[in-house]
Design a protein around this ligand. Structure first.
Ligand SMILES: *Cc1c(COP(=O)(O)O)cnc(C)c1O
Length: 381
């Protein structure tokens, strides 16, 4: 239930199409659906369920809080926290069956003090991203030895992350693969149940690496290309769209200015439509000057975007109550990203939880979530 005329639609069929197509294309035995950041703004539980139905068999997130939120709704599926958790939170993770990341020796030494229900660890090796992870072969060897010496710590996974898998050339990817070989020279990869290297870009481009059996699928599951620097092997289906409705229509005389700062001045009489979406919804001020779509026709956003509303220059065909599309199959997320000099990830992650999410299957609404005001899910998605 929500009481405003702005909403995001998430097409779960499209998410499922993308997951099964990419899984088949990549050839991996296992697949993590990456649902961090509330599934890139799409809704963590709904997307996770859809992805699991479509062939993903595990879930991964960035933080323990995200994992716990998912675990309340989804049992019996491995959930991995890819970021670093505090060693003092191992009991919380173990209690809820959350797998965690062991990213350096100091962390592992602290984890050796953990006594409690056994917890699954994935070793993170840094092959060139230079974020978290172990950077030398001796640390990786010692990490394995230390973990194996402690019966409460299960060594189940090993992973790394590519910094440039979406770049024009594969040189950076190849260099990281070589570094992985060096870093794991002293360990037997077959002693890990899951070895996972690939993000979306690598899943789309590079196939199964020797020793690996799992990938981590993020952005492309949502139907968004990781970058414009390589050609997709097949089309992805954008699952996210953003909509509003005209609140008021007014005609302004020539010379009238619109919104804060009066940055738009009408040079002739103009018709203006107001819509209830603004930068507090993640519809950032940078969108000023870009277009929206009403009945399939484009109209520009004029004047500054306010916190809760913005204005559109319309024609006589537009009336109060008409639907306004801000993102759809024509107004694509990747185009908004290009216009704002950013990436698709940032566009969808920015849409705040003040905007209700409506879920569709087979073209009909199957549920909705209004996280900010009514955190319970309604419907059967
Ligand atoms: C976010 C993330 C992913 C997913 O990356 P995409 O480019 O969205 O596919 C995979 N692995 C790690 C460690 C991540 O942080």
């Amino acid at each position: 239930m929500y009481y405003r005329d702005t909403w995001a639609e998430i097409d779960l069929d499209r998410i499922q199409h993308n997951v099964s197509r990419i899984k088949q294309h990549s050839g991996f035995e296992h697949l993590y659906a990456v649902v961090k950041a509330n599934a890139y703004g799409h809704g963590d539980v709904e997307v996770a369920r859809a992805a699991l139905e479509a062939g993903a068999d595990m879930l991964s997130v960035a933080f323990l809080d995200e994992a716990l939120h998912l675990r309340r709704a989804i049992k019996d599926v491995p959930i991995l926290v890819m970021g670093a958790i505090r060693p003092s939170d191992l009991a919380v993770a173990a209690e809820m069956d959350i797998d965690v990341t062991a990213h350096d020796l100091q962390w592992i030494e602290a984890a050796l003090c953990y006594e409690g229900k056994p917890v699954n660890l994935h070793l993170k090796v840094d092959t060139g991203m230079h974020r978290i992870g172990m950077t030398d072969a001796e640390s990786v060897r010692q990490a394995c030895e230390l973990i194996d010496s402690h019966s409460q710590l299960n060594r189940v996974g090993l992973f790394t992350h590519f910094a440039t898998a979406d770049a024009q050339t594969r040189a950076g990817y190849d260099a990281q693969m070589q570094q992985l070989e060096r870093l794991t020279a002293e360990v037997d990869l077959s002693t890990f149940r899951y070895v996972h290297l690939s993000n979306s870009a690598a899943l789309l481009r590079f196939g199964v690496q020797s020793g690996a059996n799992t990938g981590r699928l993020g952005i492309s599951m949502y139907g968004l290309p990781p970058s414009h620097d390589f050609e997709l092997p097949f089309e992805l289906e954008q699952a996210f769209s953003l909509h509003s409705r005209i609140t008021q229509v007014k005609t302004l005389e020539a010379g009238s200015a619109v919104s804060y700062g009066g940055t738009f001045v009408a040079d002739e009489p103009v018709r203006i439509g107001v819509i209830p979406i603004g930068y507090a919804d993640g519809w950032l001020r940078y969108h000023q000057g870009r277009s929206v779509e009403i009945h399939g026709k484009r109209y520009p956003i004029v004047g500054r975007i306010c916190m809760d509303q913005c204005m559109i220059q319309i024609d006589d065909s537009v009336q109060v109550g008409d639907q306004v599309d801000l993102l759809n199959d024509n107004l694509r997320v990747e185009h908004a990203a290009r216009d704002l000099k950013t990436i698709s990830y940032e566009i969808v992650c920015s849409i705040s939880d003040r905007v209700p999410r409506v879920y569709k299957r087979g073209g009909v609404v199957v549920g909705e979530r209004n996280e900010r005001f009514r955190p319970d899910l309604t419907g059967d998605v």
